[in-house]
Write a protein of this length. Structure first.
Lengths: 392, 784
């Protein structure tokens, strides 16, 4: 067992950890038993009070502010609902674009929390997740959203003398079909639904991750299974697309991994994270090979890589802090690294139909050419806004 | 003195002219006493006086001033390299030497100074093992390419691009926080107050000139409150030079007018005595000379001259019938002391309306100017005729005056046509059009300062060029409005407080005119992200109190107070125009309405834009009040003197036309209604009324003698027209020199006053007779 990096208040973590064992753990076990017995009616009656309480907790003022600046504020993830692009990010912003990212409309969303990921299972049905363990659902291709789940601990009064609430954001979401889906997040939080999100089961303790390390990303490897990466280089795989999970023991790296993706080929996995580290496996994670990423002028890439995507025709894009964009045109064998002049941190990206890139990050949704550099006339080169906060 | 005189002369005239030596002695003694006082008047730069201390925003600001001390008072020195970039041995070496030089300037808060060469400027990076970091500059010198490459990498990782390092890598900033008071290096127990003038001079000499001269490839740009104040003090002193210029020009004009050196000199000396008295009295009352009241001596001098000219002109006319200088002086005094006193009193009372405005500097301007005109009554209506009764007017000048009086004067014959029955209606129609034009365009006048940068200084001043350089090359704005968020002690970092601040920030950023919002909350989000390995998915507030406490502990100093009960939220604005400020303050007030509880309060306002917002509000409220008061006062004065509403209309309507047109002029020139231009309205009306009073009182005299209007007006012009024209030009010259002041608002005042003085004169000569044609019935006046 590795020593956890000293960056969380360890006391608070331990306390809430045991608290979780006492309450959350038990509840999920009960639910599972009940579910196994097919008593869905009973199950519904248990979750109903929770759902009611959640609605009471969400006053009208906490709906996301509709703002023309939403598309230039922090955005973290994007997915396709048919031809439509749907992006999520800070302050409950969910935006959709029907013209390949040229213009964005903001959807009304009943939260102002930071949303971290979005996944569409078809043209209309999609889910977004975020902080407070929020899960939001749309059935109209992203135009309207409802809250399906929220951290149940938020309904409890916080003990003023205690260590406070341990906030558990969800980091990624993936749906197999319109009924079954999975959401994973911080401190080992792992949720599953089999009824399109009406009920979510907490399967945190079903996965071998007893120290509760963060899950940062889930990806579907075509014709192979699901792959999930997290804190301290942790890796998990599921050949049955989410039903059972295996923790990979022989890890290529002990720093955090923030993203994972397929390349379009079966069994091929690409995982990346801190300090420009990227790894490639051609056997669904049994063996790994480090991918050397070289910056144009400055030696090996040192910036953290956050999110990425691949296109049907084998083009891969991965982005990171410092405005770095990493692209491959040969299914992840060779990569080009560029650094965008504005150096604004990037969170995720997707390949547009014409081969150009849509990049999401600190400055919202911006477009790049096929390598990720700003296109002519783009405002991305401009000076950052005044008073960008300094951290000492 | 002959008996004849004493019988018809009023008491006041007898009192003065029968005791001429006593009068002179009195003036001599008082002048010596006040002269001694005046010599000790010092430039005074208390900037508290320039802000409306009674406005709630300012009350809030002063209440929390100490807790936010570190936020405002710092200067930024940008050291730029013209050829090449900052990654050179030459640049880093120069920067180091400048850094060291600044470090030892008195008043610098050395521990908080930041530049590439200070150890507190660090880079950080998230690694597998947690945070890694170090000072950006970690070498004694940068001699090799490898060293410079490492410096580049460190800067990229420091997040200082746009803050300490220019976006184009051609300059970097030295941030220099200042201490208002600092311990005396010789005697640690003693505290010294920072002398802004001296500090600014040291920056110029030891930093800017020194290093720019040494290496022409280096340029130094300095901004900050202390530098601005220093430049203003410099500007004040330069304005004093203009006084000399005004004096010289006026003397030449006087000579041309009187053709008599001794009377010109006497009038000049009397006016200078008025200035000495005014300054001496000011000092006795405990006031100093600030950038506004420094203009009062100019006004006093000019008003003094204009009244002096009336006296000398009157004497020259009286010489036609008088045998000697004393008689001529007495007659001139007799005919002029009533209109003179009325005119001066209306000036003075007009100035006193400035006391209605709750901004100390305007009040003091009002007091200083009122004192000044009160003094002129003594020096130029009493001392001058008494002196002239000894000195007399040169024979040549008298002869010239007689020649002129006997000859028909073409110019005045033409001007007198304004009273003609067919010309007058045209004039009235033109005046109505003028009113329409002025009112229409005057509506576009804005409240407050409109120019970017430091509006006190000129757009092309060194300071504003430097400011512009920094705005262009760094991610910064010079217009900051600070919202103060107050909570009970230790409550500033609760989730509820921080979330509310976060909501405020986003709401404000969405408002047009707001560029960005920064507070410890925006910093905390970055720190929380940093604590989570720099993952963007964590860039939000944590609901965990420990996490929040940890996050704010990494915020720069000044972002919350030591009791954790106050959080300043800085809103960076596009500009400080009034509608921007109004929009921002209204939105903050609406937000406060919604979010304020007994545990949490959002208060306006600090920062330069906050002060400006408060000032604008006060000025907007005072503007109408002051305008009405000054007109009521002037109307009452005229009414008391002439006891005729028709007479009042003849005098006031040209005055009002000037006010309206001056408003339009402000709109055209982009001059806003502000601390500097608001007094101009009172000054312009108060002084402008003089012309009307002088002209009308003469005109009335001639009408009473039974002359028809046009003829009466011609006679009026022959006797007083020249003096009135001269007065207009003297006043205009006195204030026109301000147009060249380095201080922008003085220049604005100069432009507006010059316009008002000239146009008031023109209005009195042109419109007054036209209105008289319609309003005054000579047959009713006759024989009165």
């Amino acid at each position: 067992m590795r020593k956890p990096i000293k960056r969380r208040a360890s006391s608070c973590r331990l306390t809430s950890f045991s608290g979780q064992l006492a309450t959350g753990g038990k509840q999920s076990l009960t639910r599972q038993v009940l579910a196994a017995m097919g008593l869905s009616v009973v199950l519904a009656s248990i979750s109903a009070p929770v759902a009611l309480a959640q609605e009471a907790q969400e006053p009208a003022t906490s709906a996301a502010v509709i703002s023309p600046k939403a598309s230039s504020a922090l955005l973290l993830d994007v997915d396709r609902a048919g031809d439509r692009l749907v992006a999520v990010g800070s302050r409950g912003h969910i935006l959709y674009s029907d013209d390949k990212g040229e213009s964005w409309q903001q959807a009304p969303v009943p939260t102002r929390q930071l949303l971290t990921a979005v996944d569409f299972v078809n043209d209309t049905h999609g889910w977004a997740v975020g902080h407070d363990s929020l899960i939001l659902h749309t059935s109209d291709a992203g135009e309207s959203w409802t809250i399906q789940y929220r951290d149940p601990e938020l309904e409890h009064e916080v003990d003023p003398d205690g260590p406070g609430l341990l906030e558990k954001p969800l980091m990624d979401v993936w749906f197999r079909d319109t009924r079954t889906g999975f959401a994973a997040g911080a401190y080992g939080l792992f949720l599953r639904t089999d009824d399109g999100g009406q009920n979510w089961d907490d399967l945190t303790y079903e996965i071998d991750n007893e120290d509760g390390f963060h899950y940062n990303a889930i990806a579907e490897i075509p014709e192979t299974g699901l792959f999930m990466v997290g804190e301290l280089g942790m890796m998990f795989r599921s050949p049955d697309f989410g039903d059972t999970w295996e923790t990979i023991e022989d890890l290529p790296y002990d720093g955090s991994l923030f993203g994972v993706s397929g390349t379009g080929e079966p069994n091929v996995v690409l995982a990346w994270g801190l300090r420009g580290n990227m790894f490639r496996s051609e056997d669904f994670g049994d063996t790994w090979e480090e991918v050397a990423l070289m910056t144009p002028h400055n030696g090996p890439l040192q910036a953290t890589l956050s999110g990425g995507d691949y296109s049907e025709d084998g083009k891969i894009v991965v982005v990171g802090t410092g405005g770095f964009v990493v692209t491959s045109d040969d299914q992840g064998r060779n990569f080009t690294v560029v650094s965008r002049p504005d150096r604004a941190a990037l969170a995720s990206a997707t390949v547009l139909d014409n081969g150009n890139l849509l990049l999401l990050g600190q400055r919202g949704a911006v477009k790049g050419d096929s390598t990720g550099m700003p296109q002519n006339g783009s405002a991305a080169d401009s000076i950052p806004a005044a008073g960008t906060p300094a951290v000492q | 003195m002959s008996k004849h005189h004493q019988e018809t002369a009023p008491f006041i005239e007898r009192l003065i002219f029968n005791n001429r030596l006593v009068v002179l002695l009195f003036f001599l003694v008082v002048t010596l006493l006040l002269g001694y006082q005046a010599a000790q008047v010092k430039p005074d730069t208390s900037f508290e006086k320039m802000i409306p201390l009674e406005h709630p925003y300012i009350i809030n600001m002063i209440e929390h001033q100490d807790e936010m001390a570190n936020l405002g008072n710092s200067i930024r020195i940008a050291v730029a390299i013209e050829d090449g970039d900052i990654f050179s041995t030459e640049y880093m070496e120069t920067l180091k030497r400048i850094n060291d030089e600044v470090f030892f300037l008195p008043g610098v808060d050395r521990s908080s100074m930041r530049s590439l060469w200070t150890p507190n400027v660090r880079w950080t990076e998230v690694t597998e093992y947690g945070f890694d970091g170090g000072p950006v500059a970690n070498r004694p010198a940068y001699l090799t390419e490898e060293d410079l490459e490492e410096l580049r990498t460190n800067i990229l990782k420091s997040g200082e691009i746009g803050r300490l390092v220019a976006n184009n890598f051609k300059s970097t900033i030295i941030e220099v926080p200042l201490q208002e008071t600092y311990p005396n290096p010789e005697d640690q127990g003693e505290q010294i107050r920072l002398d802004y003038g001296d500090f600014s001079r040291q920056l110029e000499e030891k930093i800017r000139s020194e290093f720019q001269n040494e290496n022409p490839n280096i340029s130094v740009h300095i901004v900050g409150f202390a530098k601005k104040v220093g430049d203003l003090i410099e500007g004040i002193l330069k304005v004093l030079l203009f006084f000399g210029a005004a004096l010289a020009i006026t003397f030449v004009l006087l000579l041309m007018f009187t053709r008599c050196i001794k009377s010109s000199l006497t009038a000049l000396i009397c006016s200078v005595i008025a200035v000495v008295w005014q300054l001496g009295l000011l000092r006795t009352m405990g006031f100093g000379l600030d950038p506004y009241s420094i203009l009062v001596p100019f006004l006093v001098f000019a008003i003094g001259i204009s009244h002096g000219v009336q006296i000398i002109n009157g004497m020259a006319i009286e010489y036609a019938t008088a045998d000697d200088a004393p008689t001529a002086a007495r007659r001139a005094f007799r005919s002029l002391y009533i209109p003179g006193i009325v005119a001066l009193l209306s000036d003075g009372v007009g100035f006193l309306t400035l006391l209605l405005i709750q901004i100390e500097v305007i009040r003091e301007l009002g007091i200083a100017a009122s004192v000044g005109v009160a003094v002129i009554i003594l020096t130029n209506l009493i001392l001058l005729p008494v002196l002239m009764s000894y000195i007399g007017i040169s024979k040549r000048a008298i002869q010239r005056n007689r020649d002129m009086a006997s000859r028909p004067q073409k110019l005045w014959l033409t001007v007198a046509k304004f009273a003609h029955p067919t010309v007058a209606p045209i004039s009235v129609v033109l005046a109505i059009l003028g009113f329409g034009f002025g009112i229409y365009h005057g509506q576009k006048v804005e409240i407050g300062d409109l120019d970017p940068g430091a509006p006190e200084l000129r757009a092309d001043s060194r300071y504003n060029l430097d400011n512009d350089f920094i705005i262009r090359n760094y991610s910064t704005s010079s217009d900051v409005l600070v919202v103060m968020v107050s909570t009970p002690p230790e409550m500033c970092s609760t989730y509820e407080t921080m979330d509310a601040i976060d909501q405020l920030e986003w709401r404000m950023v969405n408002l047009p005119g707001v560029q960005s919002a920064v507070s410890m909350v925006s910093v905390a989000k970055q720190v929380i992200m940093g604590n989570n390995e720099g993952s963007l998915k964590w860039q939000t507030l944590s609901r965990n109190q420990d996490n929040l406490n940890n996050a704010i502990s990494r915020a720069p100093s000044g972002m919350f107070n030591s009791a954790c009960s106050l959080v300043p939220v800085m809103l960076f604005l596009n500009d400080h125009k009034a509608d921007t400020l109004e929009r921002v303050t209204a939105e903050v007030e609406a937000f406060a309405e919604e979010y304020n509880t007994d545990q949490l309060e959002f208060k306006l306002a600090a920062g330069n834009a906050g002060i400006e917002a408060a000032t604008n509000e006060v000025i907007e409220k005072s503007q109408t009040k002051m305008l009405i008061t000054v007109y009521v006062v002037v109307i009452l004065m005229c009414l008391i003197t002439f006891r005729s509403i028709r007479a009042v209309l003849c005098i006031i309507i040209p005055l009002a036309l000037t006010s309206v047109l001056a408003n339009a002029l402000m709109a055209f020139l982009g001059i806003g209604v502000k601390v500097a231009t608001l007094p101009v309205i009172a000054l312009g009306v108060g002084i402008g009324v003089d012309y009307g009073i002088y002209i009308y009182s003469r005109l009335e005299t001639y009408l009473r003698q039974g002359l028809p209007l046009q003829e009466a007006y011609y006679e009026t012009l022959k006797t007083t027209g020249k003096a009135v024209t001269f007065t207009g030009f003297t006043l205009a010259i006195g204030v026109a020199t301000w147009i060249f002041s380095a201080i922008k608002f003085q220049a604005d005042m100069g432009i507006l006053l010059t316009f008002m003085f000239l146009w008031n004169m023109f209005g009195a000569l042109w419109l007054l007779p036209a209105l008289a044609r319609f309003l005054i019935r000579p047959d009713k006046l006759r024989g009165k």
